[in-house]
Design a protein around this ligand. Structure first.
Ligand code: THU
Length: 131
């Protein structure tokens, strides 16, 4: 739990709830690991995303990148935070590829990960110091 920069606990909870909700839409017939992400843009919009897998395993996309792709496509350019949640697993951290992808938008981007009793909070710069 906690607070970082201008993000309140209520903001974190709201983003996490959006991530959990998005995980319900995940298309994950191969891994059965359903993930949701919710990205908060600087202008206050929330873009959610889920993982979308494919029979050609390498063609699948993670929830975090889905959210970023949706946001950029709709004109959002600056991001404050990204919450990540797996429906069946706590401590679902972004994969290495997503860390690189998210780093594009600044080392200060806040990553919120759902935990059993709340959430943990890190910057993308902490998760990937040298993108
Ligand atoms: N996955 C995500 O979407 N985000 C994460 O943070 C971790 C992993 C997806 C990728 C794949 O569809 C499934 O979860 C199993 O790795």
């Amino acid at each position: 739990m906690g607070k970082l920069m201008s993000l309140s606990d209520a903001d974190c909870e709201k983003l996490l709830a959006a991530a959990v909700q998005a995980s319900a839409h995940a298309y994950a017939p191969y891994s059965r690991y359903k993930v949701g992400a919710a990205l908060l843009s600087a202008d206050g919009r929330i873009f959610s995303g889920c993982n979308v897998e494919n029979e050609n395993i390498g063609s699948g996309i993670c929830a975090e990148r889905t959210a970023v792709v949706k946001a950029i496509s709709e004109g959002a350019t600056n991001f404050v935070a990204c919450a990540v949640a797996c429906a069946t697993d706590f401590r679902c951290y972004p994969c290495g590829l997503c860390r690189q992808f998210l780093s594009e938008f600044g080392a200060g981007l806040i990553i919120i990960v759902r935990e059993e009793n709340g959430y943990s909070i890190k910057t993308i710069g902490e998760l990937l110091p040298k993108p």
